[in-house]
Design a protein around this ligand. Structure first.
Ligand code: GLN
Length: 304
């Protein structure tokens, strides 16, 4: 398959859609992002890397970071994590509070904000320096040492974290957050503020396409069963209240972030990262979703 030609064609055909959607502005530092940027990168398990457009420009990975933290925690504590977080789609926006009260402080899944806060809380219990451990994990996945936290974005997000603070305190009242909430919010905002480009991101998801083994060094990070479960949760919950529609359109497990990035993968084959900062009303990259739908259609391959 000529992936280079496929993504170049999509990029060309979608030029007129660049800038569609609305750049996230509830985190002021993100509001300054140029909406016209558009990059695609494909990485294959055979070692190929294909890119087009703004695939080398770094952006804020935001909720894509939830996949990395979850993989680290799942790799360490295994099934124990399911005592604190569920694995059902929420059908609600990513930062919703409504289900938490009648579900006794147990978030629906690890990819809505409440669930990701629980996962980051567990990461803090596992590591003395959780931010550094997370950065090292991502660097080893993409083979790039130049992965860092954009401190300006992290600060901006901390200053506007009232809703995430509310989620964390509420869950703490049920005993589902173990660490200090201010420190938790700092770690969470920092993980969301990690800067990566599409090439870094496509490479860093190859361990999922490779059923839990980092293809760069052969290290097994997740069991085959854990990798299957993580993929299943990405397919059913990776796009908040648009998860069903994304599965319907793209047919891939994936994860989005409000920075406009989406990463998805085909088990045993490849991973693909797209970046276009304009979001649809569900908080997912508008052009990113369209690009992934077109990609699986053009290559006649998905998980189905
Ligand atoms: N940092 C963002 C938040 O907590 C992440 C949300 C997202 O990317 N969907 O609101």
């Amino acid at each position: 398959m000529d992936y280079q030609r496929v993504i170049e064609n999509i990029h060309k055909d979608f030029q007129s859609k660049k800038g569609c959607g609305k750049v996230a502005d509830y985190i002021p530092a993100l509001a300054e992002t140029d909406p016209m940027q558009y990059g695609i990168s494909v990485a294959t398990l055979e070692g190929g890397q294909y890119e087009v457009g703004d695939a080398c420009k770094k952006f804020s990975i935001q909720s894509i970071s939830k996949v990395f933290t979850f993989a680290m925690v799942m790799g360490h504590i295994g099934d124990e994590i399911w005592e604190s977080v569920g694995r059902e789609p929420s059908g609600n926006p990513f930062n919703s509070l409504v289900q938490l009260e009648y579900e006794h402080g147990i978030p629906r899944n690890p990819f809505i904000n409440a669930g990701a806060l629980v996962v980051t809380d567990r990461l803090m219990s596992l590591y003395d320096r959780p931010k550094e451990a997370l950065l090292d994990f991502i660097r080893s996945l993409c083979g790039n040492a130049d992965i860092y936290i954009d401190q300006r974005v992290a600060k901006s997000e901390r200053e506007h974290a009232d809703r995430n603070m509310a989620l964390a305190y509420f869950m703490k009242s049920f005993g589902n957050i173990k660490n200090d909430v201010d420190t938790l919010i700092d770690v969470y905002c920092s993980q969301c503020a990690i800067s990566m480009n599409c090439n870094d991101l496509s490479k860093s998801f190859l361990f999922l396409a490779n059923h839990g083994v980092n293809p760069l060094n052969g290290e097994r990070l997740l069991t085959i069963s854990q990798a299957k479960r993580l993929g299943a949760v990405m397919l059913t919950c990776g796009f908040y209240d648009e998860s069903g529609d994304f599965a319907f359109r793209a047919g891939l497990p994936g994860k989005s972030g409000v920075g406009g990035g989406i990463v998805a993968y085909i088990p045993g084959n490849l991973s693909i990262a797209v970046w276009s900062p304009g979001l649809n009303p569900h908080g997912n990259s508008l052009l990113g979703v369209e690009t992934l739908e077109r990609f699986t259609t053009d290559i006649s391959n998905s998980i189905f």
